[in-house]
Design a protein around this ligand. Structure first.
Ligand SMILES: Nc1ncnc2c1ncn2[C@@H]1O[C@H](COP(=O)(O)OP(=O)(O)OP(=O)(O)O)[C@@H](O)[C@H]1O
Ligand SMILES: [Mg+2]
Length: 143
């Protein structure tokens, strides 16, 4: 990652979701993710950023290149100092919502990414970390 596009975005309002989408898309492209994976990553980032604005009001999104035994990937962290999630397991269930939403943001993001971790403490805030790994290049085009 060359740092052109910055490696963090401060999230203060719903309008900042656009900036997060753009920056994360550029970062994922630069890392070599194909169109389908870029879309997956951007969609997950969009949902997790929307949760920050909706439940915490503000927060921060940051991302970086990761490398594990020669396999590279992207890690994106969504952090807020909001109310926290009392029951993470419940929040990850499809259809569970406290805001009249669809309850698909967290489970959807988990499915779209390779890894997701949620650290949260009531009254302190929430940190969601997601990762996606680059597949080995295939001889016959991308998927
Ligand atoms: N950053 C957060 N801080 C506090 N609570 C959160 C946060 N993110 C998610 N939650 C809780 O987890 C629940 C599930 O989140 P999820 O994104 O899956 O669904 P949703 O936001 O309710 O609906 P949508 O499908 O529109 O995203 C939320 O309703 C909310 O109670
Ligand atoms: Mg949501």
């Amino acid at each position: 990652m060359n740092g052109d596009h910055g490696e963090r975005v401060r999230v203060e309002s719903e309008g900042d979701i656009v900036a997060v989408r753009r920056a994360v898309r550029d970062a994922a492209k630069d890392l070599g993710f194909g169109t389908t994976d870029v879309t997956r990553i951007v969609t997950a980032a969009s949902e997790l950023t929307r949760n920050i604005t909706l439940y915490a009001g503000s927060g921060e999104v940051r991302w970086r290149e990761i490398d594990s035994r020669g396999t590279r990937g992207i890690e994106v962290v969504f952090e807020d100092q909001g109310p926290g999630i009392p029951d993470v397991e419940l929040a990850l269930e499809e259809g569970y919502t406290t805001s009249g939403g669809l309850g698909l943001g967290l489970p959807g993001a988990k499915r779209l990414m390779d890894e997701m971790e949620i650290e949260t403490e009531c009254g302190k805030g929430t940190r969601v970390t997601v990762r996606k790994w680059l597949r080995q290049p295939r001889p016959s085009g991308q998927r």
